[in-house]
Design a protein around this ligand. Structure first.
Ligand code: NAD
Length: 480
């Protein structure tokens, strides 16, 4: 059994407590590795290492940072298959998905920011006849990066890469539910020659390790992706210390399908946006609004497609739907399906836990579930479920569906299907959402800003926005 260790000051370190937590393989329901049960002492050690490394790293030219980050890219690509397999075992996602999405994107995150940092420019303003002002953009110092379990290495690196590229040093915490690829990354950092203390990875529980990173006086900024409730807790601690915050939180995303859409593409993509990664992508469209003339046809086709999905061992190439990440999360999903029933919803397909044979007999599997007959404002349609569960609702006109879509506390992403160009722009502008996809889903250009509105978070990551998160502007005014 693998025993994961913290990565602090350039080496692998046991937790101060010498205590470890069980790490489960969700497809089998068995413990397959141990992770450090770290606490304040480990976080203090990591912050000290990061603080020591900061003066040297922040003065390292971007070209030299680029060289190190690109070595890491090569190593991730070299070990891509091993990392994809580890991600699949740790998270329950199909290996085929980890291969094409999670691991390539982790490499892209480092590649993108290694390069971006070399192109970051500072502004200058002339006060005519009196002075030249220039903006000196400087790395903040030690920053904290905290990530969730649904896209483990993908989101972990999405935070770490811009922080390091910007010249900050980092104390990072992956989810305790999916720590394995972050651990593997730490060994690759050593191999890549990452200077000691530039990246430190502390494993353990959120309320212990995460909260300790957030509360540490010497951590200047927190970049967090996770649930809205955790984001609230983080903001409560960080705000009185005036820390910079980037919070990427939950969603309850609308998928709006107009009758004039390209039907086949809308259906094909809706199957993915409903059930990819077992519906555990913050950008999945869980509320599907269908214009009434095509409602029955779309409903029947979506149900047929859900029935065709292959629920199975995540390591099996034929699997479309793997395991739910943990037993408690599976119970939460099943309880929401019960709630939907009690609110008057009809489960058109799915709704149950699945018991597989053989190796995965004790795994956490849930059928792809399609529900109809619920109002837009009931709890099932207002709260984030984060599983393979979608709710279908018919609509009759544009204003009505915009009101439905905007009726939730969240505003992360939305999808609009229409061939009417004017409507596509009009509806996109009126949706309360950080991201709107028109006639597509999950197409991500890393140069574009990413983030939510309302209770889906604050701040933007992606592109130069992320480099701005980890730097502070200083105005220097030089009299002429
Ligand atoms: P979570 O909030 O429970 O945990 C996220 C991370 O925060 C974990 O590493 C956890 O250990 C840590 N944490 C927990 N309590 C903490 C505390 N008090 N202080 C500091 N850190 C703490 O979220 P999760 O269940 O891991 O992930 C699922 C959630 O993440 C969903 O709500 C999903 O929508 C959201 N998410 C959002 C995005 C986005 O980009 N907006 C992307 C992926 C996931």
């Amino acid at each position: 059994m693998v025993t994961i260790e913290n990565y602090i000051g350039g080496g692998m370190v046991q937790p101060a407590s010498r205590e470890y937590l069980d790490n489960f393989e969700p497809a089998t329901g068995t413990v397959y590795s141990q992770i450090p049960d770290s606490d304040d002492r480990d976080v203090n050690l990591a912050v000290d290492a990061a603080r020591t490394a900061f003066p040297g790293w922040s003065l390292t030219p971007p070209e030299a940072r680029f060289e190190i980050l690109m070595r890491l890219v090569s190593l991730i690509e070299r070990d891509a298959e091993e990392l994809a397999r580890a991600e699949s075992i740790d998270n329950g996602k199909p290996l085929s998905l980890a291969r094409v999405m999670d691991i390539p994107r982790a490499a892209s995150n480092f590649r993108f920011y290694a390069t971006a940092a070399m192109h970051m420019a500072n502004e200058s303003h002339e006060t005519v006849g009196q002075a030249i002002n220039y903006t000196l953009r400087q790395p903040l110092g030690v920053v904290g990066c905290i990530s969730p379990w649904n896209l483990p290495l993908y989101l972990f690196t999405w935070k770490i890469a811009p922080a390091i590229a910007a010249g900050c040093t980092v104390v990072a915490k992956p989810s305790e539910v999916t720590p394995m690829t972050a651990y593997m990354l730490s060994t690759l950092c050593i191999e890549a020659g990452m200077p000691a203390g530039v990246l430190n990875i502390v494993h353990g529980l959120g309320p212990k390790v995460g909260a300790s990173i957030v509360a540490h006086r010497d951590v200047k900024a927190i970049s967090f992706t996770g649930g809205t409730k955790t984001g609230e807790d983080i903001a409560r601690t960080a705000a009185p210390m005036f820390k910079k915050l980037s919070l990427e939180l939950g969603g309850k995303n609308p998928n709006i399908i107009f009758a004039d859409c390209n039907y086949d593409q809308a259906l094909e993509t809706t199957v993915r946006s409903s059930f990819a990664n077992q519906g555990q992508i913050c950008l999945c469209g869980s509320r599907i609004f269908i214009e009434r003339p095509i409602y029955e046809r779309f409903k029947n086709d979506l149900v047929s497609r859900a029935l065709e999905m292959n629920i199975g061992d995540p390591l099996d190439e034929a699997t479309n739907l793997g395991a739910i990440v943990s037993e408690p999360h599976m119970q939460k999903i099943l309880s929401y399906i019960e709630l939907a029933r009690s609110e008057g919803g009809t489960v058109l397909t799915g709704g149950n836990q699945v018991t597989l044979n053989g190796r995965c007999a004790n795994g956490y599997f849930v059928e792809p579930t399609v529900i109809e007959g619920l109002s837009h404002d009931c709890r099932t349609n207002q709260e984030e479920i984060f599983g393979p569960v979608v709710s279908l609702m018919p609509f009759d006109d544009e204003n009505e569906v915009i009101n439905y879509a905007n009726s939730v506390r969240y505003g992360l992403s939305a999808t609009v299907w229409t061939e009417n160009l004017s409507r596509a722009h009009r509806v996109s502008a009126l949706l309360e959402s950080g991201i709107v996809w028109v006639n597509c889903w999950l197409l991500r250009d890393l140069r574009t800003p990413f983030g939510g509105v309302k209770d889906s978070g604050m701040g933007r990551e992606g592109g130069f926005e992320a480099l701005r998160v980890f730097t502070e502007e200083k105005n220097v005014c030089v009299k002429i």
